[in-house]
Design a protein around this ligand. Sequence first.
Ligand code: PLP
Length: 366
Amino acid sequence: MNLRIPGPTPCPPEVLAASARQMINHRGREFADLIRRVVQRLKRFYRTEHDVLVLTASGTGGLEAAIVNTLSPGDQVLAVSIGEFGQRFAEIAEAYGAQVIRLEYEPGQAADPEDVRRALAQHPQARAVLVTHNETSTGVTNPLADIARVVREADRLLLVDAVSSLSSIPVETDAWGLDVVVSGSQKGWMVPPGLAFVSMSPRAWQAYERARMPRVYLDLGRHRRFLERGQTPWTPAVSVLFALDVALEMMEREGLENIFARHARIGQMARQGVKALGLKLLAADERYASNTVTAVRVPEGVDARALLRLLEDEHGVVLAGGQGELQGKVFRIGHLGWVTEEDIRQTLDALAQALPRVGYELPARA
Ligand code: PLP
């Protein structure tokens, strides 16, 4: 199977083999070495000197940790949303009693840093900004460095969902001044689902001291205290940590810059390929099209479900459908983590063969 969804992503055999290892004592020395090594490596990928905590949770658990460790009920926050995951971040803040001001964009658009600047000027009480770096539902990457500059100038906290970007496209946690940055193991990290990573800047820890939202399982202060001893407060997903350890080693061998270059090359190849089939990207401005996931508009008259079923059953290519309001309107090709040009070539070939069978006429030169 060519699993081309934007997570969970395929795992290299070495990573899967590591996850099949026998259990160890999670309060013992071997585990302490493992978690310390993993955290040191994660910090290099995060490009941070500060804390990175490893939670046994999916990415959403990491987003919830970002909120409850920095905010109090009644706090105003600006939620920048360009799709489903932007909405999710806002909903979590709302569920814990934050007063959420939304800055929303049409699907396919990226956020404009100048809009963020204006919104913060209009809302001087807003303590934090929530932003999705790479919106997996629309295949759009926000200009995070520019948004971060605006947020720093306004001196607010910046909480970033980097679940489908960090590890695959550049994120400079310290240099850009990002306060809390969340990622998840099943995306570009080439690891099964089960772990979320959360970085905390010194400013985020100051906010933690004042934050009054309820937190137990996701209390990052507890995680930090336990990490000093080489432990996690609760029983961790040991098998996923074994897998992560191996994946991080592979990623270090490839090198961060090479990983970014591979994703940029493959992203470009996916976009050019679908356009050559006469299809249209959802991303309104290709400068912001994502190098980890491509969202493609379903052509008029084509049943997206029939297309995805045909691709899977007859070509062994698994693509993702649209989420929320985009259901039936887009399909998505994941190209993050363990992915090569050959995987994308196969995907494009399969599309070229399947599309005419669901009522779409290929352009003459495709
Ligand atoms: N944020 C983004 C941008 C994502 O792509 C995802 C996963 O698809 C999530 C958050 C949520 O992660 P999870 O499904 O691991 O909870």
